[in-house]
Write a protein that binds this ligand. Structure first.
Ligand code: SAM
Ligand code: ZN
Length: 250
């Protein structure tokens, strides 16, 4: 049987890609930044503008990837989009910034293709999203042991808008989380709390610990880790989409 195909737009170093692969998809990954995409373990990759890919699919019905393969619109089972979150992240939310706001154009272009889609973004982008569902590390039991032997739990809420019915595996519950960690870039990581206080903004010192926390095994940069969704989230989304796609086909 042919594996289902996921088009992963804004794919970066592949947090979502790996999740869709674990859910059994062949992944076609697109990112405009070659230095990010080269670490992405997708089966097929294209360095380019994600919005143009959506336009090409609409106009021509297919997109060519850098390995020479082509992806037909009619063969795509799921479109995942993780447009840059910097316009919405804490400190920038509600302010005019130079970061483009791509959620709305993504939705408009994907809707024209009449395929199941997913738009993923940070909590502060919530007002831009339509009925998003939140997924968090606690729902997947994501945790690891820090360098000094203390167990740390991942709290990383991400919102998912879909044009099909996605539900979280369980409610967010941090009542058993004594020590918490995340993976945040920029100034937060230089702050005292981010370095030493295992609460909200704490980022482990070693990349290997951060990768274990996120459930990532392939080679990623610090920035790749800061920007990714944990693969378990995309695996959940991908498996749920498959169940619904199979139901729809029956
Ligand atoms: C938040 S990251 C995506 C993270 C990814 N979903 C993961 O789980 O690893 C956003 C990515 O969008 C890329 N990007 C920004 N604008 C783009 C565009 N117009 N077309 C393609 N990629 C773009 C950036 O290079 C960056 O890698
Ligand atoms: Zn949670």
């Amino acid at each position: 049987m042919n594996r289902p195909k996921a088009l992963d737009l804004f794919a970066c170093e592949g947090g979502a890609t790996v999740g869709y692969q674990r859910a059994g998809y062949d992944v076609y990954a697109v990112d405009m930044d070659h230095s990010r995409l080269k670490r992405n373990p997708a089966e097929h990759k294209l360095v380019g503008d994600a919005l143009k890919v959506l336009d090409d699919l609409y106009v021509m019905g297919r997109v060519f990837f850098d390995d020479g393969s082509s992806l037909e619109l009619t063969d795509i089972d799921l479109i995942h989009m993780s447009p840059p979150c910097q316009a919405f992240t804490r400190g920038n939310a509600g302010r005019e910034t130079s970061w483009p706001k791509l959620i709305e154009p993504c939705r408009e272009k994907a809707a024209m293709l009449d395929l199941p889609y997913v738009i993923e973004n940070v909590k502060d982008a919530g007002p831009e999203m339509v009925d998003p569902v939140g997924l968090c590390g606690c729902m997947f039991g994501l945790s690891t042991i820090d360098t000094d032997g203390v167990r740390i739990h991942l709290q990383r809420l991400r919102l998912f808008e879909t044009n099909w019915n996605l539900q979280p595996p369980r409610p967010c519950d941090h009542s058993t989380h004594e020590w918490v960690a995340g993976a945040y870039g920029g100034a937060r990581r230089d702050k005292y709390e981010a370095k030493y206080v295992r609460k909200g903004g704490y980022v482990p010192r070693e990349k290997a610990v951060v990768k274990r926390l996120l459930g990532i095994e392939h080679d990623v940069t610090w920035n790749g880790a800061f920007e990714c969704i944990p693969p378990a989230y995309a695996e959940w989304v991908g498996l749920n989409a498959r169940v619904q796609l199979i139901k729809e086909a029956a």
